[in-house]
Structures are given as C-alpha cells and as structure tokens.
Ligand binder design. Sequence first.
Ligand code: PLP
Length: 393
Amino acid sequence: MKTVYVDNNATTKVAPEVLEVMLPYFSEYYGNPSSMHFFGGQVQKKVDEARAKVADFLGADPSEIVFTSCGTESDNAAIFGTFDSYPEKRHFISTRVEHPAIGNVCTYLGRKGYRVTELSVDREGRLDLDELRESITDGTALVTIMYANNETGVIFPIEEIGEIVKAKGISFHTDAVQAAGKIPLNMKKSNIDMLSISGHKLHAPKGIGVLYIRKGAKFSPFMIGGHQEKGRRGGTENVPYIIGLGKACELAKKHLDEENTRIKVLRDYLEMKLLEKIPNTLVNGERLHRLPNTVSVSFEYVEGESILLLLSDLGICASSGSACTSGSLEPSHVLRAMGVPFTAAHGSIRFSLSIYNTKEEMDYIIEHLPPIIQRLRDISPFWKDYLKAQEKG
Ligand code: PLP
C-alpha cells in the first residue's frame, strides 16, 4: 500500500545521511568518550564535532549544549533544574497549550505546593502578553513558554516574551521541539536562557535531545551521575545518536529555506484545496505566525478518529486533535484552551509535512479526503441536525 506520511510533528524519518554517519559508532568505534585511551578519545572528538554542529545550528556556543535523552527530559531538566537553583522561589509561569512534557510537570508541581500560572490563549491560539506581565511576581523562578505549538503550529512571540521576562531578571525557558528545523533559531540574538530540542522531530533518531543552557544561567543537574556534559547531565553519552543529531542539525540548517518555501507552498496548497472542496471546514490557529509545515483543520460534525482510520486505510498517516479518554473522545487541551467549538474540535486533523513530502501526495489527500468526510457526515446525526437547522433558516 502507498504510504503518505504527513505526521511529521509526531516524528520524522531518520535522514539516510544521518543514519550513515551513525552506523560506525555502534560496533566499530564503540569506545566510551570518557576513557583515557585513544579508542575513547577518537569518539570524544566526534562528540565534540557534533556538539559544534548543534551549536552552530542554534547560534550558540558549544559549551552551552547539553545532550539529553529526548525533548521531555530537556523540558523536565529546565524546570526542575531551575527550581533547584532558586529554592526560595515557588512560582512559575507557563501556558495552557504546552506539550505534556511541560503541562504535566505543571500539574505535578502544582500538587507539590508550587504555584503555577498557566496563561490562556485566544481563539486564534495567541497569548496576551499583558497577562504575562501581570503574572510575574517576586516569587517567580521561571517562565517556560513553548516556541511553537505542536498541534496548530502557532508560533509565539518568543523574543518579545524574552524581553519582558529578562527585564524582571527571571529565567526563561522555551520548548522549541517543534520550532527547531522549521524556523530559524539564534540564541546569540535572543533572551532565552534555556531551550529544548528533540532529535526525532528533525530527522535524527528517537531518544536524543538537547537542552541549550546559556552561559551564566543558573541551573542544577536534573540527571545526577558522572561528570559528563560538564556535570550538567550524568550518564554515558549516547554517542551514535549524538553524532546523528549533529548531522541532522547540519542538514536542517541547509534545508531551512526549503522548509520555509517549498514545504509552506505544499501546506498552503493542501489547506486551500481542503477549504475549497469541503464545506464547514476551518483552520485552527493563527495562520500568519505559524510553522510552515503544519495545518490543524476541523471538519465540523464528524469525529477526527473516524477520519484518521479511514485515511489510514488509504495509507495516509496524520493525527487528530482529540484523544480517547475513559471511552469518550475528548478534544485536545490545545483546542479546548482556544475555545474551538465542540462540533469542530471533535473533527480536527493535523497534517504536518517534511522535506520528503511531494505535491503528488497532497493531491492524493485532496482526492480522497472529501469523499471520506461526506461518507461520515452522511451517518452523522449532528450533521443531519445542522442541515435541518439550515433548511429552517
Ligand atoms: N515538546 C513538544 C512541543 C513536542 O511536540 C514533543 C513531542 O511531541 C515533546 C516536547 C517531547 O519530545 P520527546 O518525544 O523527544 O520527548
């Protein structure tokens, strides 16, 4: 069966160039980079080279790059590492639309007696920066706000947020797991103290991440162990994956313009055609400040899960904005926070593209999705009610 993979915000294909540079470091050059002998030393050199590539990609200094096991670990390390450094402060600020790697830490710390302010978003998924300004207190240790949303692609004004936070002398962390490789990031020109990225969102393997920590930023290690990563993250380095991530960052830098142009053209084409061909369809989130590869689209009066399954039968892999919780379909916390109406939130689908997608694949989706929606609406009582209400005027 033909596979059309448009779920790249969930995970991406490991680029062949990435896999190629990784392979020798499993069974040929398998030394421990901490070892004193030449066999470890040659591996350490490769880890350093990869660190330099990641730093170059982020506009950072290599000493500011800490390798972790994933985006979730980077996010956790940023929050717990900050609280450990400021034991007298018990408040932090985040948003209602974060990934669970931040959102569930907020809930956890809330239960532990920390005060958490989760900023709201409007119908377009935008933050109110006045709410941020008003939420900062003397007891605030950290502001953690995602760079771009994984479901809608909406990009937050991170530089403006950084200025507000810096003016108050507070630590600022951003989860850039979805932004990295899709829009330019430059730590030199920013007020960001810490930033998380994850390898598997940019064509490196699953199981490798980075926490950028600005020189001078207060941080206590989350993973306590050996002296690795200059004492900021214990644990023997995941050498092949680090080398793979270095290559992926090098490729991501090279492909950045392509991401912003060719992929955006494909995404806009898909979006335009779906809006044109399928009535009662809406795009979720601000369309202007949005990742070039992402569209979250709602088809009113049908269920996202049913759409996904029928798409999957045709080899099309996307994801939905609802999740099955205790037997009922709950719209995602992101769409709920945005106030997307129930009838639309339920029928939401996210398409997320990568450099490997083609126009033919978009045409395949455009050909097959309209009849799927029609088929589901034909059996939807909500759609029937809607049509009756329309008839009555
Ligand atoms: N943050 C965001 C915005 C994400 O989209 C994800 C993964 O989907 C994560 C964090 C977690 O990254 P990882 O899967 O590497 O733990």
